[in-house]
Ligand binder design. Structure first.
Ligand SMILES: [Zn+2]
Length: 445
């Protein structure tokens, strides 16, 4: 096995999740909100967002007014994006079929998909108004059939992010709150005077929001722990440096710790891309962020062939993987660790982020080794059921169950089986004498 050559290395180690200091701070804030409720939330909102409205929840009239103030072209664009996302989510939903099978005569086992009953959708603000996050979380939850979606987004510079509110409203949000950060996700999870608690929290956020979600997990479900955006380009000399540099910087602008990496079999493309990145940074309006991300986390890796690019890519397990090579299908058919694939130069990560229809909330920091991203299925619980309508089958299973319970000393479990053997069997089973063996105290089976 050859070793890839590093044409441009990162100077910083990939940012990785929470530190003890952050955990302590966020846990303290959550506890404060649990104890003091809205009073604590108001203090935090005033401190961090300079935001202290009479009500954090927008009324129907306020929402209508905000939406009517949004540029009609913008509303059209939001509707187009949401239609793409809805179409794909509905197709995915249709793939989630119930299952029912007769495993023995009269023995029916099945599963059914039940929507989570309430969802808190956090849409970040801060550096950018994340309009698209409203489609990804609110709309996808509504397509799944979630009856109650409470959406939260922070004010930006003391102003209402009108486009984000419009996107939430058009996506079908049942409640909209102008509230950000830890105070938003904690309010949704634990409930306060102004919002009922939810069952499931979704949506990206900064390090504080991500840590709050991690700490709240268990009390509520969460979609993912979102780290810095990652983008990987797998490219060869079928594309040029201008395209590669554009696609690297396009995602490096997410934040100063966002890794953008090019893996290539072309030394020339690699070197030209490094030069082209510097050239584009001279004019990119978000160069302050993107240049830092590129300097600290950007990499260009030269590989011998497609097989080596595949190994490197699977090892990175990045959130976004864009493939622009002489054999894109090779990567499509063989890659196993990625959040989402973007195949061919005609599409790109930005399409996925904003409009094309696949969900943009995706696994980061190698979570792609064990999960995909947010999708309609994440809002559905796959719940099993069983039924027996044949007495002989009940007795037969009961005899097996009785013996298996005896091995484990579960006397109560054994009795559940034995009574059925007695009632539904032919009277041949030993059901009269209870097992007197030791019984495990923790009954979990
Ligand atoms: Zn992006």
């Amino acid at each position: 096995m050859t070793t890839p050559e590093i044409l441009k290395d990162a100077t910083a180690k990939a940012a990785h999740g929470a530190d003890a200091e952050l955990t302590k701070k966020v846990a303290g804030i959550i506890e404060d909100i649990e104890q003091r409720g809205e009073v604590a939330v108001r203090e935090l909102s005033e401190t961090f967002d300079n935001w202290a409205p009479e009500s954090f929840r927008l009324s129907e009239a306020e929402i209508e007014q905000i939406v009517s103030g949004v540029d009609p072209q913008t509303l059209d664009d939001i509707r187009f994006a949401q239609q793409q996302i809805r179409t794909f989510a509905e197709a995915q939903l249709a793939s989630m079929q119930p299952v029912e099978v007769e495993t023995l005569p009269g023995v029916t086992l099945g599963h059914t998909h039940i929507p989570v009953q309430s969802v808190g959708a956090y849409v970040p603000g801060g550096r950018y108004p994340m309009v698209a996050s409203a489609h990804m979380s609110v709309l996808t939850a509504k397509v799944a059939g979630v009856p109650r979606v409470a959406a939260c987004t922070p004010p930006i510079g003391g102003e209402v992010p009108a486009e984000t509110v419009a996107a939430m409203h058009l996506a079908g949000a049942d409640e909209i709150y102008l509230l950000g950060g830890i105070q938003a996700v904690a309010s949704l999870a634990v409930g306060t005077e102004f919002v009922d608690p939810v069952d499931f929290l979704v949506g990206p956020g900064n390090a504080f929001v991500a840590e709050a979600k991690r700490l709240l997990y268990g009390r509520v479900g969460i979609d993912l722990l979102a780290g810095p955006t990652e983008t990987l380009l797998i490219a060869d000399d079928t594309v040029d440096a201008e395209m590669c540099a554009t696609d690297l910087l396009g995602q490096a602008e997410h934040g100063p710790t966002s890794p953008a990496v090019l893996v290539t079999t072309s030394r020339q493309l690699g070197l030209e891309t490094i030069a082209e990145v510097d050239r584009q940074l001279e004019t990119l309006p978000t160069a302050d962020v993107a240049s830092q991300a590129w300097a600290d986390y950007g990499r260009v890796i030269l590989c011998a062939d497609n097989a080596e690019m595949l190994r490197v890519a699977d090892d990175l397990a990045f959130e976004h993987v864009q493939v622009m090579t002489n054999d894109d299908d090779y990567f499509f058919n063989n890659m196993v660790n990625y959040g989402a694939l973007f195949l061919g130069p005609m599409t790109n990560v930005s399409y996925g982020d904003k409009v094309i229809g696949t969900n943009h909330t995706l696994p980061t920091q190698k979570a792609a080794r064990y999960t995909g991203g947010l999708w309609v299925g994440k809002f559905l619980k796959t719940c099993t059921y069983q039924r027996i309508t044949n007495a002989d089958s009940s007795a037969i299973i009961g005899e097996y169950c009785s013996r298996l319970c005896a091995i484990e000393n579960f006397a109560g479990h054994k009795a559940q089986a034995d009574i059925r053997v007695r009632r539904y069997g032919n009277g041949t089973a030993d059901g009269a004498v209870a097992d007197t063996g030791d019984v495990a105290t923790e009954v979990t089976a």
